[in-house]
Design a protein around this ligand. Structure first.
Ligand code: HGY
Ligand code: MN
Ligand code: MN
Length: 409
């Protein structure tokens, strides 16, 4: 490992700030929802920067963009890095895009130093990692890695009925048919999105795996009624079922502390009018935990709670699981490369699992993979206040550079 080779911190930071102007929000965050006009602008900037580096750029049928920096022996499978360019609504300036632009900075550093690794290095910009506009999450990497078929991926719709396929065509990123992913090893660099590294005064997270997730969608149906004329005892108010459910989901998360996570993130009342008793309440639920057996128990408690609430409140209840993936352990050799790079660069670090989902978790089903975390201020993410320091950004990119070069040798 040639740790004399370092990324250019100022150039990386400037790229992050230029990208953050696309979809910039009033409170210092970004809204760059998957396949929106803002996402298109961000994609166009990524492609321009990749082409300026002499990369071959290819787009697949899910709009995933791969920028390839040729290696000495181009017949060999490449080393893959990158992340996602889409954001949450009112999201942060670094979630996902930091890993994409650190990949660009890595290639700029190789080009400046005239370094040509034996294997090609590819930087990917995955489609719809967040799962906010289109569910489920990580649909671009999921199709590319064979977890979902293309037809399923292209047919996902947003709340306005727009499909991924139509939106890809609209923004000009409906690419070539999906080919089996050819990857020698993969490394994703990401902000931690949690409080651990900063609280412990550490610079790097050597990520050994990711926890499992279960996503659900459901609703309670009662009866819409006049808010003024309908006596309390005659109501079938769907919002009361929702209120009980939110507390029940929170209890399930607490029952499996300290690692259990349970969230009702999105709700919708119908007709959502101030003088109508809600006839319907739609909700999303997501659970996370490092152990699949515990996710099964959380699932059982959820179904029991939904049934009980519906019966007691005379509401029809519906629940379906829309997404899940089991906990993942990363490849020991890739984790060791990250650990060695971190130690040689002298960064304070710890091993940890990822609480958040990331595209490389799917890639790890096809090729050896690992992740690198840097801290974020107060552990805040999925929030306009998301913040990192230029020093953290460069430290993570330097570890990525060394791990990628070691794998590409
Ligand atoms: O939800 C997640 O874990 C990821 O940040 N999209
Ligand atoms: Mn992310
Ligand atoms: Mn995210």
């Amino acid at each position: 490992m040639n740790t004399a080779l370092r990324v250019d911190q100022a150039r990386l930071w400037e790229s992050l700030m230029e990208m953050a102007r696309i979809g910039a929000t009033a409170n210092g965050g970004v809204t760059r929802l998957a396949l929106s006009d803002e996402d298109r602008a961000g994609r166009d900037l990524f492609v321009r920067w990749a082409r300026e580096l002499g990369c071959a750029v290819r787009v697949d049928a899910m709009g995933n963009i791969f920028a390839r920096y040729a290696g000495g022996d181009d017949a060999l499978a490449p080393v893959l890095t990158g992340s996602h360019g889409d954001s949450q609504p009112l999201g942060g300036r670094f979630d996902g895009i930091y890993g994409v632009l650190a990949g660009i900075e890595l290639l700029r550093t190789l080009q400046d130093a005239d370094v040509r690794p034996r294997r090609a290095v590819e930087v990917v910009n995955w489609t719809n990692e967040e799962g906010s506009r289109f569910a489920p999450a990580m649909i671009g990497s999921g199709v590319a890695c064979g977890v979902f078929d293309l037809e399923y991926g292209l047919s996902r719709t947003d709340r306005d009925g727009h499909t991924i396929g139509a939106e890809l065509a609209r923004i000009g990123y409906a690419g070539a048919p999906i080919q089996p992913l050819s990857v020698h090893a993969a490394f994703e660099l990401h902000i931690e999105q949690g409080p651990i590294l900063e609280a412990e005064g550490l610079t790097i997270g050597v990520v050994t795996g990711g926890q499992g997730q279960r996503w659900y969608e459901g609703h309670f149906s009662g009866q819409a009624a006049h808010a003024g004329t309908t006596p309390m005892e005659r109501r079938r108010d769907a919002s009361l079922g929702l209120a009980e459910l939110i507390l029940a989901v929170n209890e399930i998360g607490n029952a499996f502390a300290p690692d259990g996570r349970a969230t009702v993130g999105s709700v919708r009342l119908t007709p959502n009018s101030r003088n109508v008793v809600p006839g319907r309440a739609d909700f999303t639920i997501e659970f996370r935990h490092p152990e699949d057996a515990v996710l099964d128990r959380m699932d059982q408690r959820l179904h029991a709670a939904i049934t009980s609430i519906g019966q007691r409140r005379h509401l029809e209840a519906a629940l379906k699981q829309v997404f899940s993936y089991a906990p993942v352990a990363f490849d020991a050799h890739c984790v060791a490369l990250v650990q060695e790079a971190t130690e040689r660069l002298g960064y304070a670090h710890r091993r940890m699992i990822s609480g958040a989902g990331h595209d490389v978790l799917y890639v790890s089903g096809l090729a050896p993979a690992a992740m690198i975390f840097v801290p974020c201020v107060d552990g805040i993410s999925h929030n306009e206040a998301e913040e990192i320091s230029p020093q953290w950004a460069a430290a993570g990119a330097d570890v990525l550079l060394q791990a990628v070069l070691a794998a590409a040798a």
